[in-house]
Design a protein around this ligand. Structure first.
Ligand code: HEM
Length: 405
């Protein structure tokens, strides 16, 4: 390891240029050592850059989701001030913010609803949604607001059995709610998130009350497990947030990467069977979730750095996926590389519950884009990244599509 002095690391305050390509920044830190202290306010924060150390943190029960330093066990990874009661009550029910044994119980109840069989049955409906959205794009079109964003929300609406016409409102609310947990700054984000949490709670409570015996959507299935209404409402909101911005960002970034790699794009058109492996490689190369947070329960040594108990530990999935110790030529997009385990969906007990669904959405969404939107790959474009280094991707990807002859 080289002895270079770098400023303390943070995921806040990045320039637009670094946000659009964070990998050289990660590399500078990773080449010095795998774990760096953070510059952030609040509890001591450590950032983990190297693949093996990210795996270690996410696989080790010493690093939990819930900070034991809070008396009431409210997860500090989404700091919610007490006056924001609706937001707290929704978030407290999220699988991703639970530790075992509660996590194990809820996860095993939900697991079968996200199985390969359930996803396979959904595929024709997913394909229809993708084709329908793409068919509406013409002229000057934003691929994010016109396709990548509504697509996964409409899929989640299908899964939950809620009306597809509610998708725009649900997306707006999910975005407002998610703003509270990201690297975006500003106090108003909690106020927006609280309002969104209240509206979403009312919405899903109402949906739960409407379910009749014999219905088979996810809300009905969760009520039949049985889960409490609060758990069902919290889980619906969780799926809405966990399942949409991630997929939106993956699709938009995939489109950008393919525009920059015309040979790969041509290969995928000629050999559509390559699409599933391309999806995996794109999730390695530029994952939409760049970082996940844990809390150290006891003192621990990671990558030669001592992390004191009570510290916040941020595992940088984006950096780990470009670690040359794990992935040779990490900055090349190579769909033929051995399917070594990338960390785009995380690892350990919180490994993405929706990974099978997400893979199907990405595969179907990419195929639809390759076949269903003529000329998009060469159309003049403008891209603008969201100011967010956790849920990472373009907020807008505007294309001037060719007019049909
Ligand atoms: C967890 C990524 C799509 C539901 C996670 C985690 C990551 C992730 C990295 C781990 C979080 C942690 O360790 O703290 C992604 C990516 C997606 C995607 C990259 C799309 C490309 C989805 C979809 C759903 C979903 C479509 C469901 C509709 C969940 C849930 C968890 C989770 C419920 C929490 C699992 C647990 O705590 O046990 N996801 N996700 N995700 N994801 Fe996804």
């Amino acid at each position: 390891m080289r002895s270079v002095t770098l400023p303390r690391f943070s995921l806040q305050g990045w320039t637009a240029e670094d946000i659009s390509d964070p990998y050289p920044v990660y590399r500078r830190y990773r080449e010095v050592r795998s774990v760096h202290e953070g510059a952030d306010d609040g509890p001591p924060t450590f950032y983990v850059f190297g693949y093996e150390d990210v795996v270690k943190v996410l696989s080790d029960r010493n690093f939990g989701r819930v900070s034991r330093s809070t008396e009431d066990g409210v997860p500090l990874s989404l700091p919610v001030p007490p006056e924001f009661a609706a937001l707290r009550s929704v978030v407290e029910n999220w699988l991703v913010f639970l530790d075992p044994p509660e996590h194990t119980r809820l996860r095993s109840s939900l697991q079968k609803e996200f199985s390969a069989g359930v996803v396979t049955a959904l595929r024709p409906r997913i394909a229809r949604i993708a084709q329908e959205l793409l068919s509406r794009l013409a002229g000057r079109a934003d691929l994010v607001s016109g396709f990548a964003a509504p697509f996964p929300i409409m899929v989640i609406c299908e899964l939950l059995g809620v009306p597809a016409q509610d998708h725009q409102r649900l997306r707006d609310l999910a975005v407002a709610l998610q703003g509270a947990s990201t690297t975006r700054t500003g106090e108003s984000r909690h106020i927006d998130a609280e309002g969104a949490a209240r509206e979403l709670t009312d919405y899903f409570r109402d949906q739960a009350q409407r379910r009749q015996p014999g219905e088979h959507d996810l809300i009905a299935l969760m009520l039949g497990i049985p889960l409490s209404t609060e758990r069902v409402v919290g889980t619906c909101v969780h799926l809405l947030t966990a399942g949409h911005e991630t997929t939106t960002n993956s699709l938009a970034k995939a489109a950008l990467i393919l525009r920059g790699h015309p040979d790969l794009l041509a290969d995928l058109r000629d050999y559509p069977d390559l699409v599933p492996t391309a999806v995996e490689e794109l999730l390695r190369y530029d994952p939409p979730v760049q970082a996940v947070t844990r809390w150290a329960r006891q003192d621990a040594v990671v990558g030669g750095t001592t992390i004191p108990a009570g510290s916040r530990v941020i595992a940088l999935l984006g950096s780990a996926n470009r670690d040359p110790a794990r992935f040779p030529r990490p900055d090349a997009v190579d769909v033929h590389r051995p399917a070594d385990r990338h960390l785009g969906f995380g690892i350990g007990i919180h490994y993405c519950l929706g990974a099978t669904l997400a893979r199907a959405e990405l595969e179907i969404g990419l195929r639809a884009l390759l076949d269903g939107l003529p000329g998009w790959e060469k159309a003049p474009h403008q891209v603008e990244y969201a100011d967010d280094m956790v849920f990472h991707g373009p907020a807008r990807l505007v294309l001037d599509l060719p007019t049909s002859p």
